[in-house]
Design a protein around this ligand. Structure first.
Ligand code: UDP
Length: 463
């Protein structure tokens, strides 16, 4: 660590509070490690409701950050009846538990100076400010999707839209109905999450920093538009440095997973395959495919004739066609959870059939893996639009009239990405974006500078 970084870090203790969802925990944990690697003390907050599912595997001495558990309305083993109830109870209990934690540290040599909180929990800013510390929301979604939420919230996007609508919003490309986040397409489809995504914009005028897992070159126009409204700092991609071919000395390799990855089996299997020959398939931690869709996907993978590594979570396994596993066992590996970064960084991986969760999208793009975009819900359609038409690092499947993507279409898209012709252009673009992602986080890159700036500003504001 250089002298300047040592000085700014000497009195800072940052709390980091992600929502208990894998796609929020991962980037916020990796960002925490970046702060710790600059000499900051970082404590990650886990809620009591997670129980054992959110324990770090590594011993405390092998980690660069601390973990504290606070009460969120549930004791270990207790389950919320609905998402609504979970969020309400959290809102009713966490302010007090968190204020107590901040108080606990007040008279130590590590008083807390800032709370970095999941942007979906905007009320945590009030908790931070009434405890006399700074608060900064951390966004785990793209700037582009967020701008559509902004226009939905402020009425400049008149909802509900006709399915034939084509929308042009400031700083965004022209978007068709199906390119918009699912809650903007049909706001009534999930009112709880619709409120959650819109509310994250409700109090940003009170925030001094907005931390965002994206990078300037990736979303330049949208980042500029947001920065004309709020003090955004792009700090991504939050991929550990060892996956970007440049391991930082103090980048510790540990994670916090709600699922158990089959790491050894995946890597061993990939090691046995030819470079660029494998199709990796995953729909993240939440998406659930219909049985029909699962069957079409299964047979589409088989028809493509490529080896494939498919993540089918335990809760999805029963939907696999019964004769499929036997039929493809010599060319495929199906696991309940993978070490995704290792898989994407592996030389055998040739393309990624993905639901386009923001993390998966950023990870594939940063590791130069071409994508077949098969978005399901939330912000995924917007991410898919950018993958196919803006960054041009993949193709997007066409959905049939019954809402299902056929096996023929899946086969066609995989072939388009894996083979010559269009595939070559996509691979070239993927290499270009991989390079730009690496530049952003390298020393002196836009995200690296923004992290330094954030820490300098934080240090000078707390004296
Ligand atoms: N992931 C993983 N193994 C898997 C599937 C996913 O480690 O088998 C990780 C992936 O690398 C990403 C996160 O889980 O960091 C999923 O986040 P994303 O935003 O892509 O999707 P979500 O789960 O939120 O829909």
């Amino acid at each position: 660590m250089d002298d300047k970084r040592a000085v700014i870090s000497s009195h800072n203790h940052v709390l980091v509070f992600p929502l208990r969802v894998q796609g929020h925990i991962n980037p916020m944990l990796q960002f925490s490690k970046r702060l710790a690697s600059r000499g900051f003390r970082v404590t990650l907050i886990t809620p009591t409701s997670s129980g054992n599912s959110m324990q770090m595997q590594e011993q405390e001495q092998d980690r660069s950050i601390k973990v504290e558990t606070i009460y969120d309305g549930y004791n270990e083993g207790e389950k919320a009846a609905t998402r609504d109830e979970f969020l309400d109870r959290m809102k009713a209990t966490v302010p007090q538990s968190l204020a107590e934690l901040i108080d606990k540290y007040r008279s130590t040599q590590w008083p807390v100076t800032c709370l970095i909180y999941d942007s979906l929990l905007p009320w945590l800013l009030d908790v931070a400010q009434s405890s006399g510390i700074h608060g900064a929301p951390f966004f785990t979604q793209s700037c582009a999707a967020t701008v559509t939420y902004y226009h939905a919230l402020h009425g400049s996007l008149k909802l509900p839209l006709e399915e034939s609508s084509v929308v042009k919003l400031p700083s965004l490309p022209e978007m068709e109905f199906n390119d918009l986040p699912s809650f903007v397409q049909v706001p009534g489809s999930n009112p709880v999450i619709y409120d959650l995504v819109l509310n994250q914009l409700s109090n940003l005028d009170k925030a001094i920093w907005l931390l965002w897992n994206t990078f300037d070159a990736l979303e330049d126009e949208v980042v500029n538009w947001i920065s004309s409204k709020w003090p955004i700092k792009t700090i991504g991609p939050t991929i550990p440095s060892m996956f970007l071919d440049k391991r930082l000395e103090d980048d510790k390799d540990y994670s916090l997973s709600l699922f158990k990855p089959k790491s050894e089996a995946c890597v061993k299997w990939l090691d046995s395959k030819e470079p660029g020959s494998v199709v990796y398939v995953s729909f993240g931690s939440l998406a659930s495919l219909g049985e029909d869709q699962m069957a079409e996907l299964a047979w589409g993978l088989k028809r493509s004739n490529y080896s494939f590594l498919w993540v089918v979570r335990e809760s999805e396994e029963k939907k696999l066609p019964s004769d499929f596993i036997e039929d493809t066992s010599d060319t495929s590996l199906i696991v309940t959870w993978s070490p995704q970064l290792q898989v994407l960084a592996h030389r055998s991986t040739g393309c990624f059939v993905t639901h386009c969760g923001w993390n998966s999208t950023l990870e594939a793009l940063s590791l130069g893996v071409p994508m077949v975009a098969m978005p399901q819900w939330t912000d995924q359609p917007t991410n898919a639009k950018f993958v196919a038409d803006v960054w041009r690092v993949g193709v997007r499947v066409n959905v049939g009239d019954n809402g299902v993507v056929t096996k023929e279409e899946i086969e066609r898209c995989i072939r388009e990405v894996m083979e010559e012709g269009r595939g070559n252009e996509i691979r070239q673009n993927s290499e270009k974006w991989k390079e730009l992602a690496r530049k952003a986080v390298d020393e002196g890159g836009s995200s690296d500078k923004n992290i330094d700036e954030f820490l300098e500003e934080l240090s000078s504001s707390v004296g």
